[in-house]
Design a protein around this ligand. Sequence first.
Ligand SMILES: [Zn+2]
Ligand SMILES: [Zn+2]
Length: 389
Amino acid sequence: MSIDPRILGLKDEVTAWRRDIHAHPETLYDVHRTAALVAGKLRSFGCDEVVEGIGQTGVVGLIHGRNGPGGRVVGLRADMDALPISEETNLPHASKIPGKMHACGHDGHTAMLLGAAKFLASTREFEGSVAVIFQPAEEGGAGGKAMVDDGMMDRFNIREVYGMHNMPGLKPGHFSLRPGPVMAATAYFEITIEGRGSHAAKPHEGIDPVLVGSHLVTALQSISSRNTDPLESVVVSVTIFQAGDVANVIPQRATLKGTVRTLDNGIRDMVEARFKAIVDGIARMFNADIALDYQRRYPATINHPAQTVTAATLARAVAGTNNVNDDAVPTMGGEDFSYMLEARPGAFIFIGNGDTAGLHHPAYDFNDEIIPAGIQYWALVAQKAGLAS
Ligand SMILES: [Zn+2]
Ligand SMILES: [Zn+2]
């Protein structure tokens, strides 16, 4: 590990910010307290520009390097939102808001990027400028897309953009990433099967939506097992199947809901087409009316090759050569940093959170010991990224 002593000196202060944010979780775009805290701190650090209200409640701070404005601008991004989960940690800094919790570590991401902003604004030991990006609504609200759609990239002339997420199970302060797809594209589906209710003893007089739904659940699994190259990745999960409430009645309708995950854009198209064809086919087969609501959500998070090499090199400078895995296995989770990587070249990296509860678990907590490594990584990205091009 190679951490600047001035960054090590920020650890206690940043830890206090992290725990304060943790105790006051806010969800989706309703991150007013957190965004105000972020903007206030950025101003107190002497950032050259602090703009609030980008993508509703996002905040961007601009910090010029030693030569002032005019050079390349690199974007560093953190997310600010929490989850609708009830915390079960009993920690002194546990959530004070019932039913809300920082269970994905965005409190830590925000605090580390604030720490980096303080370091960069006070030292200015870099060329060009840095845009520190604090986004709302990563957890399902596409806050990253909202900031991009609000013109953030052009407004600040951002050339490259970098993101970081903690990863439980990876050793504290170690890093992992890969070029290409690193997290999945997501889709949400809702299927409503309109059958014909009847007495359970007279099934021939009805159209049984439970039977239709059961065939659908099975047939949809053939997309991954029979339509997809076995070396590619597809997940189709039916997670909700609701029908009936009386044991001797065939119900009128059934509802199925779930999620689809893919890593490749061509496969994303194929899965959606097959999904619709299977629903249509099963409807005809059983003479049922089936309505399908298939919604694409986040695109895949796809790291750009050159920026991934840069990120891995800088991570090795922080954590040591053997503590960075630059050939990590992708995960089928979704992440809306994907929208920023569609707008600009960049890379998304994972930093180990150590042996903690998993993300989105009620016992999860961000590991404050990794704060210096995270700040050091951001400082190096600010100093080195995007200068060669
Ligand atoms: Zn999450
Ligand atoms: Zn997250």
